[in-house]
Structures are given as structure tokens and as C-alpha cells.
Design a protein around this ligand. Structure first.
Ligand SMILES: Cc1cc2nc3c(=O)[nH]c(=O)nc-3n(C[C@H](O)[C@H](O)[C@H](O)COP(=O)(O)OP(=O)(O)OC[C@H]3O[C@@H](n4cnc5c(N)ncnc54)[C@H](O)[C@@H]3O)c2cc1C
Length: 390
């Protein structure tokens, strides 16, 4: 039984902005036994297309979904788990937590010190620039969401200041192929969680600066500054009505460039050793991110120059209904590749759950296969301790 508080594909229906397209190409949109088969494999789905894609999968897979059913509490019971919903209780021996990694916007506490005259938006309530008051906009966060919203808002005619912390820079195209083709072909996306030195850090990495457009544009910080967006450092705090930014912008830019080049080196090495598979153009390198000649270290938020703030500072899961000792101090589930430390309890759909690609739609397939195998083993033989991760 699959419990869903809204409709199938609820997060895509309710929690995304109007212009959003997937940043993964259509050919990469895959679910178990099901893939995109339209006429534009290199295109990027609109939200309406994603909703159709996921809903169609639910229909052909005959997924036993109970929609409009909100889980309000989960506790352990003698036989397994007691799941309380707004439409009655469910008892189960095994439970898979698939409630998503992005239920709530993750907004820093400085938000409370922002002068009351400013309006606040998060990617979950932002729909389009018409919602924003006229005037300057501070976008905090320069990952996929931040760069996309900064660009769209700037195009609406509002001056945009973008606060840049740690970020992952990627070109849309590399050596004539989509960069996500390289991630897949070179094996980077299949890297396993138990092969990574610092999995906690890898799980917390921001999303890459990518956008899905028919022109296959690269939306990096050079593109944004060329368009007229002002870059500032990471938002350190808000004090006396002023936003104070870190002086480490140059370092952040250099670091992201270095990491991008290192990843491109990995792609090149793979291409050199797989000549038969790699029908690609010659290696290339991209212009370093241009460091602004002067980047303000503070911004007077009470002056009227900035009228709204968009907190593109990430998301977090919401486990307030989960009443079991499986959550750490940071609000993350403790798990070993999706296997939790209680019998018959699993999670799926979290960043780097079992593989680097786990955070994406197409990452679910391999993770699901592994976890279902484990789950079936547990049901067949609940006492076997061997049924631990692997
Ligand atoms: C802005 C944004 C852009 C993205 N772009 C891409 C992309 O381009 N390509 C890509 O591959 N991935 C992308 N992703 C990641 C993608 O969203 C995830 O890979 C995918 O949604 C994970 O699916 P899921 O079913 O695990 O989680 P979700 O899609 O979050 O689904 C969780 C479901 O659980 C339901 N739920 C939550 N709590 C309860 C409860 N208490 N009771 C009942 N139901 C509940 C929710 O309503 C929701 O329908 C993006 C994510 C975001 C936030």
C-alpha cells in the first residue's frame, strides 16, 4: 500500500515554480520498467509533463496508491509499525519512508532579523516574478534553484543581488554531450555510498548550477553577471537592518572552478580509456568564474533598495510524524544505504542514499531494487541478522 497525502506526483503539482523544467534530459527520465519515449529525448520536461510522466507510471505499474491520505504518526508496534493517518490506522510489518527530502524550505535563522518592510519567498511559495514587489531582490543561495530564480527575476526587470556560498558549477554541454550524459557514462553517478570517504558531506552537497532549456544554455555565475546580476558573498548574518556578507566570495568561486575542472578531468580520463564508447568532441576547459571587481560586504535592507528576499537556501525533510529513535541531531534519518536500524524499516528518495544519482528521479530504480531485495529477505526470515545492508 502506498499512502500519499495529495495526488500522485504531489510535490511536482504543488511545490514548484511555474517556469521550472527538469534539469535532467528526457532520455534520463526513467522509472522501473518505464522510460521517456517521446520525440524529444534531449529536451527537458515542464512540470505538466513530469506530472503526466509520474502519473502514467503509477497507472501502468498499478501502484496501490491511497491518495488524500496524510500520515500523522508512525510508531513501532509488536508486529511492526502502526501508521496513523487522517483516514484511519494501518498496521504493517515493513515500512518504506518515501516522503521526500524536500518537504520544507531550509531558511537560515537570520531571516528573523530582516526588516519587516521586506517580503520573503522560498522556492516552495515562489511561482513567478509577478508575485514580487517592484524593486531590488536579494536571492540567497546560488545552487540550481538560486541561479534559475535569480535569472528569471532579473529578466523581469528587477535588480538582483545574488548571495553565493558553496556551489557546484557545471557546464550544460561538455565535448558535444550533455554534462549529465558524462555523469552517467563515466560512472560518476553510479558511485556507491559505501565507496565515498565522507558520505555525510557528500549527502549535503548542493545541487549543480544547471537549467533545462531548449537552447541548452549554461547558467553559471559568468552568465548571470554578464546579464547584470550582482554577486555578493555568503550571507553571514543580518544585524541592525543590514545584511552582512562573507568576504570569501573569491575563494568560493575558485573552489567551484577547481572542482568542476577536476570532474572534467575524470570525464576525460574515462573517455581516453573507453574510446569505443566515447564518440565525443575534443577536451575543453571553460573561462574561470569572473570575480567581481568590487563586491559589497553589506547591504542596507532598510533603505528601500531591496524590497524582497528569495531564500534559495535548500530544503529539508519533514519527519515530525515519525515517533521513533531514527533521526539524528540535524533532523536527518540515520540509515545505512536506506536500511534503518529498526527491523523492516527503510527509506528511499534521499540524497546519495545508495548512489550519487539517488537524489534524482532515475536514481530510484537501482535503489528500489536493492532495498526490495533486502525487504523481501527480511519478510522471508525476519530473525536473520544477515538481512542488513549490502
Ligand atoms: C526544485 C526541484 C527540482 C528538481 N529537479 C529535478 C530534476 O530536474 N531531475 C530529477 O531527476 N530530480 C529533480 N529533483 C529531485 C526530485 O524531486 C526527486 O528525485 C524526486 O522527487 C524524489 O521523489 P520522491 O517520491 O522520493 O519524493 P517527493 O517527490 O518529494 O514525493 C514525496 C511524496 O510524499 C508525500 N508525503 C510527504 N509527507 C507525507 C505524509 N506525512 N503523509 C502522506 N504523504 C506524504 C508528498 O506529498 C509527496 O508526494 C528536483 C527537486 C526539487 C525540489
Amino acid at each position: 500500500m502506498v499512502l500519499e497525502r495529495g495526488e500522485v506526483a504531489n510535490s511536482w503539482r504543488r511545490e514548484r515554480w511555474d517556469s521550472l523544467r527538469l534539469l535532467t534530459p528526457n532520455w534520463q527520465s526513467r522509472l522501473p520498467g518505464y522510460r521517456y519515449e517521446g520525440v524529444d529525448p534531449d529536451g527537458f520536461m515542464t512540470m505538466a509533463e513530469v506530472i503526466e510522466f509520474v502519473s502514467h507510471f503509477a497507472a501502468v505499474a498499478e501502484a496501490p496508491v491511497r491518495t488524500q491520505t496524510t500520515v500523522t504518526s508512525v510508531t513501532q508496534s509488536d508486529a511492526g509499525y502502526l501508521v496513523t493517518t487522517d483516514r484511519g490506522d494501518v498496521h504493517c510489518r515493513c515500512l518504506v519512508l518515501a516522503s521526500g527530502a524536500c518537504n520544507l524550505p531550509s531558511v537560515p535563522a537570520h531571516q528573523q532579523a530582516v526588516p519587516a518592510s521586506l517580503e520573503h519567498f522560498t522556492p516552495m511559495d515562489y511561482r513567478n516574478p509577478n508575485q514580487l514587489p517592484d524593486g531590488g531582490v536579494l536571492v540567497v543561495g546560488a545552487s540550481a534553484t538560486g541561479v534559475q530564480l535569480a535569472h528569471e527575476i532579473h529578466q523581469s526587470g528587477r535588480p538582483v543581488t545574488l548571495s553565493v556560498g558553496e556551489h557546484v558549477r557545471l557546464p550544460r554541454m561538455y565535448r558535444g554531450r550533455d554534462v549529465l550524459w558524462w555523469m552517467e557514462a563515466s560512472g560518476v553517478w553510479n558511485q556507491r555510498y559505501d565507496e565515498i570517504d565522507d558520505i555525510t558531506r557528500a549527502r549535503g552537497l548542493p545541487s549543480p548550477q544547471l537549467v533545462g532549456t531548449s537552447e541548452r544554455v549554461t547558467l553559471d555565475l559568468n552568465a548571470l553577471t554578464a546579464a547584470g546580476v550582482t554577486l555578493v558573498g555568503r550571507l553571514a548574518t543580518v544585524r541592525d537592518g543590514r545584511a552582512l556578507f562573507s568576504g570569501g566570495l573569491r575563494n568560493q568561486l575558485t573552489l567551484a572552478d577547481l572542482k568542476m575542472d577536476r570532474l572534467l578531468d575524470t570525464f576525460d580520463q574515462w573517455a581516453n580509456t573507453s574510446p569505443g564508447d566515447a564518440d565525443v568532441d575534443a577536451p575543453e576547459r571553460f573561462e574561470a568564474t569572473r570575480v567581481p571587481t568590487s563586491s559589497p560586504l553589506h547591504l542596507d535592507l532598510a533603505s528601500g533598495e531591496i524590497r524582497s528576499i528569495v531564500w534559495a537556501t535548500g530544503y529539508r525533510p519533514d519527519y515530525r510524524w515519525l515517533h521513533m529513535p531514527v533521526i539524528d541531531r540535524n533532523g536527518s534519518l540515520r540509515h545505512d544505504g536506506g536500511v534503518l536500524d529498526l527491523p523492516g524499516l527503510y527509506a528511499i528518495g534521499l540524497p546519495f542514499l545508495r548512489r550519487r544519482k539517488s537524489t534524482f528521479i532515475h536514481g530510484a530504480e537501482d535503489d528500489a531494487r536493492d532495498l526490495v531485495e533486502h525487504l523481501a529477505g527480511y519478510l522471508a526470515n525476519p530473525r536473520a541478522e544477515s538481512a542488513r545492508s549490502g
